[in-house]
Design a protein around this ligand. Structure first.
Ligand code: AMP
Ligand code: MG
Length: 417
């Protein structure tokens, strides 16, 4: 028997409900090799100086700078060689006036030295080193801690780890990195007609699209899809499956959310938890559900997407993706920039849905936003689109040439995998 939707909700109210869902963040330590794209869970302070010792920035000769002040191209200063110090070596002899120490780039310079002359401005003659250029005090020497000072805040919590940040972590010898654990999201596709890719496509069946689209979209939000499964439109099967997923931080289902025969999700949620939302005044995506239920010892949320694959992904992008990004801390990650929405002109007149916020897919052609007028359920419409525009429910008509904000989707979203 069909059931009624709960009160059809305004999308702004839905956003508020989602915003207020509490988030539990967990921290794990992982090896630096695995840390790319992860989010730092703690501030990282410098535990050492970099460089840890005074080092030569050039191949050449460490000198007492004052010894070279009179040196010119025509009138070089002649110094005796004290010793040779390569990178990784330790100077063994004190430098005194009239002497120099040969150093390689990255080698420690002797304590008494206050300048390094580049090898290009020197010559070796009769066992002596001729210096052809005056050396300023401090020249070509990197001071201890000139790059990183011990105790300094290097990377704040919430930083997204990119190759350059990995460089900073490596510089202080951090082999294991505290990051936020990826939130685990269980994905359930419902429907008696839905089959896996390895099954035969018999009459009446269709291949599962939503498990794949939703789990990959979940990854772009910095979360980890788990337990991707197809469940029949059967009260007990769905209830048992949901109850099984106690290790998930969030459940995402698709299909079975309407108020029709075979749509059992609402009934299951009513019985094992509570339904907070059932029905949203949007097109596409009206049959969207949010439920709260106790799984194991904890309260968990279930986001029920419509079965229609294009609608499911659209609802995910518009309402749920921001929440998943908040769960995974990608939204606060300082170095992560979302692709900005663009203001473009609409290429033709468009009449939106009445009384509902309409999300219209568009592609960008010659700098204007071209509505995709395929059946809103077509997954190919979504694949063709560069973005979508949001048309408020009270708009009767959008004239050709009106300025619209195009929100990027799909390939335009920076991948966070
Ligand atoms: P429902 O919301 O369950 O009524 O499904 C709406 C439409 O989407 C139906 O035509 C379903 O066959 C289709 N659909 C539901 N789930 C999926 C899925 N996982 N993959 C592809 N199509 C689906
Ligand atoms: Mg169904």
């Amino acid at each position: 028997m069909g059931r009624e939707f709960l009160n059809i909700m305004d999308p702004e109210d839905l956003k508020k409900i989602i915003k207020n869902i509490p988030i539990n963040k967990r921290v794990e330590k992982i090896s630096i090799e695995d840390s790319l794209t992860r989010i730092l869970a703690e501030d990282v302070h410098a535990t050492i100086n970099l460089p840890p010792f005074r080092r030569a920035q050039m191949d050449g000769y460490a000198v007492i700078a004052e010894d070279t002040f009179s040196a010119t191209e025509d009138n070089p200063v002649s110094l005796k060689l004290m010793e040779v110090v390569g990178a990784g070596d330790v100077p063994e002899k004190n430098l005194i006036n009239g002497f120099c120490t040969e150093v390689s780039t990255g080698a420690p310079v002797p304590e008494e030295s206050n300048g390094v002359v580049m090898v290009e401005f020197t010559d070796k003659k009769d066992g002596k080193i001729l210096i052809y250029e005056s050396t300023a005090i401090g020249q070509n020497i990197a001071k201890e801690g000139s790059d990183i000072k011990i105790g300094k805040l290097l990377l704040p919590r919430d930083t997204r780890i990119t190759p350059d940040k990995i460089g900073v972590l490596s510089a202080i010898g951090m082999g294991s990195v505290p990051v936020f654990q990826k939130p685990r999201v269980a994905i359930i596709s419902t429907g008696n007609e839905i089959i896996n890719h390895d099954e035969d496509l018999t009459y009446g069946k269709i291949y599962d699209i939503n498990s794949q689209t939703i789990s990959s979209a979940v990854k772009t939000c910095g979360c980890e899809p788990i337990h991707t499964e197809i469940v029949k439109d059967d009260y007990n099967s769905l209830k048992d499956k949901i109850n099984e997923f106690t290790d998930a931080d969030l459940l995402l289902t698709s299909g079975g959310t309407s108020a029709g025969t075979g749509d059992v999700l609402r009934e299951v949620l009513d019985d094992i938890g509570e339904v907070l939302v059932h029905g949203v005044a949007v097109k596409p995506g009206k049959p969207t559900i949010i439920g709260r239920l106790k799984l194991g010892d904890e309260y968990k949320y279930l986001f029920g997407l419509p079965g229609n694959p294009a609608a499911a992904l659209m609802v995910f992008y518009v309402f749920f993706a921001p929440f998943l990004r908040k769960m995974s801390s990608i939204n606060t990650s300082t170095s992560f920039q979302y692709q900005n929405a663009m203001k473009l002109q609409l290429s033709r007149r468009f009449r939106p849905a009445r009384g509902r916020t309409h999300y219209l897919l568009v592609k960008i052609n010659d700098g204007s936003a071209v509505p995709i007028l395929k059946d809103s359920g077509a997954i190919t419409a979504l694949a063709e689109a560069d973005g979508f525009i949001e048309i408020p429910k009270n708009v009767e008509i959008l004239e050709k040439g009106s300025l619209v904000k195009v929100n990027p989707i799909g390939g335009l979203i920076n991948p966070i995998i």
